[in-house]
Design a protein around this ligand. Structure first.
Ligand code: IMP
Length: 198
């Protein structure tokens, strides 16, 4: 049985203010108040997991331990099929300390070379953890194809080199509202809300 969230407050286990705002907006109808790991000054755990789900759990449980309150964490990235799923959980790390995603996108292009398999997917894992150690995990995915050179100026990260299935424009060329409707994050949040918040 999936556990329902019935508490008043939720800690959003991230130090990224943009993510806090986005998650608080999505869960606003179901949760009375939000805090964030960043605002609470909680240490950021090392993301040592081999899967998105493992890393989301690590982050959620670290925030629960430090705050004593239920916490929600996410972990996401791009998996390129012909690269054995890379960059995967290393998606942020491939951009280096300067968060240079042009570099990360070029690295994918070089590694892919002439490979005819351009398939890829964005994945988002969400972990909701409680102080007794119980965790619920959800994973959303959007499939598509890698395209080079990068296209479009909107979005972030790897958006310019990813064309979702059923479209002929990249995530970075798409109206942000449309991306939010079909994204890996939207899929994971819809599972989370349906299972734990309604
Ligand atoms: P994290 O989930 O904050 O650990 O970071 C995941 C990394 O995956 C980001 O730095 C981006 O590089 C990449 N990523 C995750 N979701 C998206 C997306 O919707 N568009 C583009 N890149 C993404």
């Amino acid at each position: 049985m999936t556990r329902k969230f019935t508490d008043n407050a939720l800690v959003i286990a991230t130090h990224n203010a943009g993510k806090v705002g986005e998650i608080a907006a999505l869960l606003g109808p179901y949760v009375a108040s939000f805090e964030s790991a960043g605002a609470l000054g909680l240490a950021e755990p090392e993301e040592t997991g081999e899967t998105f789900q493992d890393n989301a759990k690590i982050k959620a449980l670290a925030a629960v331990l430090a705050s004593g309150k239920p916490a929600l964490a996410d972990d996401s990235g791009l998996c390129v099929h012909a690269l054995g799923g890379e960059p995967g959980v290393y998606s942020a790390r491939w951009a280096g300390p300067d968060k240079d995603f042009s570099l990360a996108m070029r690295r994918i292009e070089t590694l892919l070379g002439p490979s005819p398999d351009r398939s890829a997917s964005f994945v988002c894992a969400l972990a909701l953890a409680w102080p007794d150690g119980h965790v619920e995990v959800f994973e959303g995915r959007v499939s598509g194809e890698m395209v080079f050179p990068p296209r479009g100026e909107r979005g972030f990260g790897y958006d310019p080199v990813f064309v979702p299935e059923g479209y002929d424009i990249s995530f970075a060329e798409m109206d942000p509202a449309e991306k939010h409707r079909i994204s890996h994050r939207a899929a994971a949040f819809s599972m989370l809300v349906e299972s734990c918040f309604t």
